[in-house]
Design a protein around this ligand. Structure first.
Ligand SMILES: [Zn+2]
Ligand SMILES: [Zn+2]
Length: 188
C-alpha cells in the first residue's frame, strides 16, 4: 500500500494519558483492557453496570468495539475497584454499578456523593455537590426530651435543634451510601 505523499501531522498527544496516569498511580499495569474500561466509565453519564460496559467493548460493538470479552471486563472492573480507582454502588436491584472516583486537583479522592434512582425507568444519576443531612424533626423524640422551651426555640430557628453528626451516627450507625428515589425529569 502506498502512503499519501502529504506531510504527516505530528502525532497527536496520547488521548489516554489521563487514564494511563490513573492506572499507574494505583500501582497497576496499563493494559489495553484497563484503559478501555476506564475510558468508557469516564464517558458514562452516570454509574454503569458490567453489562453496559461489556456491551460497549464487545467485539463488533458500535464504534468498532474493542474485542474485549465480558469476563475480562468484569475482572478489570473488580481490579480497578480494589485499587480504589472505581467505586461500586448497588441501588436495590442487586446489580453492581461502577463509576470513576472523582479526584481533586491535588489527586485526593473526592467524598462520595449521593445517587438518585428513578423508580419508573431505573436510570441512576449522580448527585455531585449535594449533601444529604439527617436531622430529627423538631417535634420528634429528641426535641421532646429537650423540653417545651427547646421546641419553641426550634420552631423559631430549626438550626438550634440541628443534631450533631455524632447524634445520627449513634442512632443509625455509619452511612456508606445515600440513595434517593423518585421520578426522573423524563418520567415525571
Ligand atoms: Zn425515569
Ligand atoms: Zn455517582
Amino acid at each position: 500500500m502506498s502512503r499519501s505523499p502529504r506531510r504527516q501531522n505530528p502525532p497527536p498527544a496520547d488521548p489516554f494519558a489521563a487514564a494511563r496516569a490513573t492506572i499507574r498511580e494505583a500501582g497497576l499495569r496499563c493494559t489495553p483492557a484497563r484503559i478501555a474500561v476506564l475510558e468508557r466509565l469516564a464517558e458514562a453519564p452516570g454509574p454503569a453496570t458490567h453489562a453496559e460496559i461489556a456491551a460497549l467493548l464487545a467485539p463488533g460493538a458500535k464504534g468498532g468495539g474493542f474485542g474485549i470479552d465480558k469476563a475480562t471486563v468484569y475482572r478489570n472492573l473488580v481490579e480497578l475497584t480494589d485499587a480504589g480507582i472505581l467505586s461500586r454502588i448497588e441501588v436495590g436491584d442487586h446489580v453492581w454499578r461502577f463509576e470513576l472516583r472523582k479526584r481533586g486537583s491535588d489527586g485526593s479522592v473526592a467524598a462520595d456523593h449521593p445517587h438518585f434512582v428513578c423508580t419508573e425507568c431505573g436510570a441512576v444519576s449522580c448527585l455531585e455537590g449535594v449533601e444529604v443531612t439527617l436531622s430529627p424533626h423538631p417535634e420528634g423524640s429528641g426535641a421532646a426530651a429537650a423540653g417545651r422551651d427547646a421546641r419553641r426555640a426550634a420552631r423559631r430557628d430549626p438550626r438550634k435543634e440541628a443534631p450533631r453528626a455524632a447524634d445520627s451516627r449513634r442512632r443509625i450507625g455509619s452511612v456508606s451510601q445515600v440513595l434517593l428515589k423518585g421520578r426522573c425529569k423524563g418520567c415525571d
